[in-house]
Design a protein around this ligand. Sequence first.
Ligand code: UDP
Length: 445
Amino acid sequence: MTRRALLHGGTLLVPPPQLRLPRRPRRVAMLSVHTSPLHQPGTGDAGGMNVYIVELARRLAAIGIEVEIFTRATSAALPPSVELAPGVLVRHVAAGPYEGMAKEDLPAQLCAFTHGVTQAWAGRHPGHYDLVHSHYWLSGQVGRLTAERWGVPLVHAMHTMAKVKNASLAEGDTPEPAHRVLGETQVARAADRLIANTEKEAQELLRHYDADTDRVSVVHPGVNLERFRPDASGIEAGRAAARTRLGLPQHALIPLFAGRIQPLKAPDVLLRAVARLLEERPQLRERIVVPVVGGPSGTGLARPEGLQKLAACLGISDVVLFRPPVGQDRLADWYRAASVLVMPSHSESFGLVAVEAQACGTPVIAAEVGGLPVAVQDGVSGVLVPGHDPVDYARALLRFADDPTLSARMGEAAARHARSFGWDTAAAATADVYTAAMRESRQAC
Ligand code: UDP
């Protein structure tokens, strides 16, 4: 409906507000086939996308948009649905064997999953869902069928793209298969709107998937600023307190890796950089601790002990602390305790951990790839490193070793920078994308 006023019998009639304003969805079906928003992120298939879906859904519900998230049931013991937050329901869909299915096996279960989603809808009145929002290409495949069946728009977020990943693989890593590229191409064509994390990702959608410019919208993900924040006592005092809580030495140089352990994230680059640093400055060995928080994932699952073996081979096992994935409140303490977060990823559509660490007042050394140049302000909130040469990362670490005030100075700027990435802003922008998609699809009727 346009904002046009109607002329009736010489009287200017202004349409009532509900006709004048484009309508927001009341209820969205969100699809997350391969990983559940209820899973612990930081290992296996659970990572930033899970956090993204939970935070986005909560904030959408808070502004009056109900969200039902459909995910594959991975245990017979799961209830059909779980309330994640007021207005956010997680629905478990039976599709294929519960356990023992890798993400790579899931394309064969997409028909069963689509059937499960449409069954859940069968008892509802038409128009129960105003829109489908799918995450990752597997869900996009289900999304294009369900959205068409329900006659509602499809909004899709890729999160990662096969062509982009394959263009910057770690040495020896396995490329994404051709059927994923084809699947992504179909979804890019079918979606009424594609949400990209950054302008760079939007360009990649246009270049690699021939997406239509008018249908791509950029929405930066957010960070939970209530959870990820500097300690109330200040960044330095907070760092000391977090180190005490975690049993870490007070005056150590602590470069932290947090996230899924897989070649794509390049934790090996951090370990090699630390080995290099210790060759140059052997006296640092007394005051360096390198925590690696997270579990194996993706192609890293083939060699779950690979990183421990590398640490042993490099002769640095005594300074590396391997810790399993932790809940986000605990993770915030690891961020606060660290001198710097190191993220040498080969590919990163955004890099939530970079923003979370900064929100806690910790600077970041990151590879200059994907969304990281948006997440990190080079020279201000952290250091961006072109490429993956451990020598360059060792040089960046040396700056923090030589200047004990650098963490605090950059940390202040990091916390300021991160404050611009709230989830409320991300949810409001996503709601605008929904509204536009609904308006366009009504116009096409
Ligand atoms: N994470 C967590 N516990 C851990 C390690 C990571 O909860 O032990 C979360 C972290 O807070 C972040 C997400 O996992 O939100 C990882 O997101 P990112 O975008 O950095 O990487 P992705 O997994 O999407 O590749």
